[in-house]
Design a protein around this ligand. Structure first.
Ligand code: ADP
Ligand code: DP6
Ligand code: CO
Length: 326
């Protein structure tokens, strides 16, 4: 029996990933950029069973204290299949995972979840992957997970095949995100399904793809220049473009709630007063407002009417827990 425990944090994209060029490998239509958070971790333990005989046996997956079934179990099993292929093993595994963030609510539980699973499973199956290989592996579980392998700020190079599609660190100025939890409930349309629908039905999809590639170039340049205002402007406009292309799908998908829109308005009002605040939101109603360490308390206070607020900063990439590292 071999076991390993890993922790990973969600990441919030400042340039969003929305759409796949290749579904099985999870190659994105464009690159993206994110901050890995220092809060809301996922902790995952993988125990590989000793006996390889029972090849018909199933993996087990307990998420937040409840045995997973259906799609969630299936995604984990298919992910473990990739790990087994790399490790040359057919042994089944037992996976136990706890998300500190709400699951499937647009706070990147799939990112922290599959980054932690990639590290714990690769170790439990006897693999010792470097950061790039771990990022490539995590990508197979959920695209955004490839960025949660990296500390602080990451760029996911879209790439053209499995070997070239991975995240790597990028330097950026010290920033904070004020997370506004408007609603922790599970979303109606998963990111995976929402992306498929957008690609299949939005008349704006091609423009989204080409403009996102340019937006990422602008973001990388802004990070290199340490240009906070440009980083903020790009972040907010790119998030709104993503929600626009999503709303243009058929049947339409709308992830933002009235309170989410109100939080975007509060960010705009803060800017009017000279405070650095730019809003973004993933595929869910919860809003993240980008700000500076100095302004974070004021920004958080202004956002309290819209939901539960928490100030977070850049945090560590996926890592083994101390017990497992010993
Ligand atoms: P989110 O906005 O939270 O990332 P997604 O729709 O992208 O939502 O993904 C949610 C799915 O990710 C869940 O339904 C489940 O299949 C998977 N997931 C979430 N947390 C974990 C975890 N800790 N381990 C493995 N899979 C997870
Ligand atoms: C809006 O990585 O959750 O959060 O690859 O199908 O698992 P799958 O999707 P996922 O999509 C994330 C979408 C997003 C933007 C982002 O994180 O870049
Ligand atoms: Co996700």
């Amino acid at each position: 029996m071999s076991t390993a425990t890993a922790r990973a944090h969600p990441n919030i994209a400042l340039v969003k990933y929305w759409g796949k060029a290749e579904e099985d490998l999870i190659l994105p239509v464009a690159g993206s950029m994110s901050m890995t958070l220092d809060a809301f971790a996922t902790t995952t333990t993988v125990t590989v069973r000793e006996s390889e005989e029972a090849t018909d046996a199933e993996d087990s997956f307990v998420l937040n204290g409840t045995p997973a079934t259906g799609t969630a179990l299936d995604r984990t099993t298919r992910f473990l299949d990739h790990v087994r292929e790399l490790a040359g093993s057919s042994a089944r595994a037992d996976v136990v995972s706890v998300n500190e963030a709400p699951t499937a609510a647009g706070l990147a539980s799939s990112a922290s979840g599959f980054a932690a699973l990639a590290l714990a499973a690769s170790r439990a199956y006897g693999l010792d992957l470097d950061q790039r290989s771990l990022s490539r592996l995590a990508r197979r579980g959920s695209g955004s997970a490839c960025r949660s392998v990296v500390d602080r700020y990451a760029v996911w190079n879209a790439g053209t095949d499995d070997a070239t599609s991975y995240a790597e660190p990028i330097d950026a100025p010290e920033m904070r995100l004020v997370i506004v939890t408007v609603d922790g409930a599970q979303k109606q349309v998963s990111s995976r399904e929402g992306m498929r629908r957008t690609a299949a039905t939005s008349p704006f999809y091609d423009a989204w793809i080409t403009s996102t590639a340019r937006t990422l170039e602008d973001m990388v340049a802004a990070c290199k220049a340490g240009d906070l205002t440009a980083i903020g402007e790009i972040t907010e406009s790119h998030a709104l473009r993503m929600h626009a292309v999503i709303a243009s799908a058929l049947p339409p998908v709308r992830y933002l709630a009235p309170a989410s829109v109100a939080a975007f308005d509060t960010a705009a009002a803060l800017r009017e007063q000279g405070t650095f605040a730019y809003a973004t939101a993933d595929a869910g109603p919860n809003v993240c407002v980008l700000t500076t360490p100095d302004a974070a308390e004021d920004v958080a206070a202004a956002l309290t009417p819209h939901g539960q607020v928490r100030i977070v900063g850049p945090g560590p990439g996926a890592h083994l827990t101390e017990e497992a590292a010993r």
